[in-house]
Design a binder for this molecule. Structure first.
Ligand code: NIG
Ligand code: FE
Length: 410
């Protein structure tokens, strides 16, 4: 089956053209075959050049005079609206029990966010059954898809014992190939004041149990979580097992996590709320992406990092939701884009690029995040003529349709 999406008023390809980071085409069309994009260009030049009829419609390619293309073609009339690549949400913690609404409420009254809140989610997660966790996970994925997210990375980190961490990565691996082992999220209560012993567990039996299910190794390198020495041990243990590193760092204050991430060739350092000039220089000269998490600063009332400073220095940035019950319980990439534009000094084009191609770079994926021949057919049709509306109309559901791997999913 092929799908031709035509009459697209504004197409964000992310295939940069001169100054246009988003590689924008107007009056465009995209042809999908199977799970891939096979053609992108002006609607008038589309290989099938069909007459538009109401969607969903299926017409026979034979009657359209194409020698190369035969068989059924679904023709979708985008009615002049905008199409963007599916969002790549490269940072989430979706497998957990309970919620922390009371903690959020207290924060809005002036309480500070602290890493220790993670432990209350650990208790609720250990108590939850696989089916409860799986059901919740699927609800989150559905709500993400409805908001245009077609790729999600999922971390463990609310089990913090061997059996529960193994459960979390196994459940995550049922729904995405982008699974991250974050046994070193925080030191659990039963290891209080024995952080190094907990790191022994994480780098030994816990890693053994989790490695078969995951692609990534992560650590929360922060005061109140793990020191830079402990973080190095965790990351190096993962690397020696063939996992690729990514790092939570500089969320609550400046630290050495960014430099460690760059030194170890991490795909991404996430948060970066407090970056030194040295961090920015190191990132700019590296392949490590800085993943901004606007929902965290929004939900913790911390200062927003200045994305302008990063981009102008040459750092590659991504935007992700960091969906989790503590620091950021939004699953909306459009919301995060709106905040990044409003409060982090990103242009709309930069924010949308960061939420799509940036997320793909943070996951070291070259098959998603762009609309070009050969890429996975992950696309979002908006209910608006321009991508600018994603920031201009915050909080408004603007997703008309989503294709994931070439299949209409919303
Ligand atoms: O990415 N920084 C550490 N981990 C999560 C927060 C987890 C929590 O508060 O439950 C984060 O913000
Ligand atoms: Fe996180």
């Amino acid at each position: 089956m092929r799908t031709l999406i035509t009459n697209i008023g504004e197409l964000t390809t992310n295939v940069a053209a001169g100054d246009d980071l988003c590689g924008t085409l107007h009056d465009a069309a995209v042809l999908i075959e199977g799970d891939r994009i096979v053609w992108v260009g002006a609607a008038a030049d589309a290989p099938l050049a069909p007459s538009i009829s109401a969607e969903p419609s299926v017409s026979s390619a034979e009657s359209l005079g194409s020698a190369e293309i035969d068989g059924a073609v679904a023709v979708v009339d985008a009615a002049g609206q905008a199409v963007i690549p599916g969002f790549v949400d490269s940072h989430s913690h979706l497998v957990f029990g309970g919620d922390r609404a009371a903690e959020f409420e207290a924060r809005m009254q002036g309480q500070k966010y602290a890493a220790g809140g993670i432990r209350s989610t650990v208790a609720a997660t250990r108590a939850a059954s696989d089916d409860e966790l799986r059901g919740r996970l699927r609800c989150f994925l559905d709500e993400m898809l409805a908001q245009g997210t077609t790729t999600v990375e999922i971390k463990s980190g609310y089990g913090l014992d061997v059996a529960t961490e193994e459960r979390l990565v196994r459940l995550a691996a049922e729904v995405t190939p982008e699974v991250t082992f974050l046994g070193a999220h925080v030191v659990p209560a039963e290891y209080a004041d024995r952080g190094d012993e907990y790191v022994d567990l994480v780098t030994g039996p816990m890693l053994d149990a989790c490695a078969p299910h995951v692609k990534w190794i992560d650590v929360f390198c922060e005061t109140g979580a793990f020191t830079v020495e402990q973080s190095r041990r965790v990351l190096e243990a993962g690397i020696s097992r063939g996992l690729e590193p990514r790092v939570h760092a500089s969320q609550l204050g400046p630290g050495e996590g960014v430099q460690l991430a760059v030194e170890l060739g991490a795909a991404s350092i996430d948060h970066g709320t407090y970056l030194t000039d040295g961090d920015v220089t190191a990132l700019a000269g590296s392949d490590t992406v800085l993943t901004l998490l606007p929902g965290v600063e929004f939900s913790t009332r911390q200062p927003y990092p200045d994305a302008r400073r990063l981009i102008d220095a040459g750092v590659t940035v991504a935007i992700a939701c960091d969906t989790n019950p503590g620091s950021s319980f939004t699953s909306s990439m459009p919301f995060c884009i709106a905040v990044a534009v409003r409060d982090m000094r990103m242009t709309v084009a930069e924010a949308i690029h960061a939420a799509t191609a940036g997320g793909a770079a943070a996951l070291r994926r070259d098959d998603i995040g762009r609309i070009a021949p050969g890429m996975r057919a992950d696309l979002v049709l908006l209910k608006s003529p321009s991508r600018v509306h994603l920031a201009y109309r915050p909080g408004v559901p603007l997703v008309e349709a989503v294709w994931k791997d070439g299949v209409r999913a919303v």
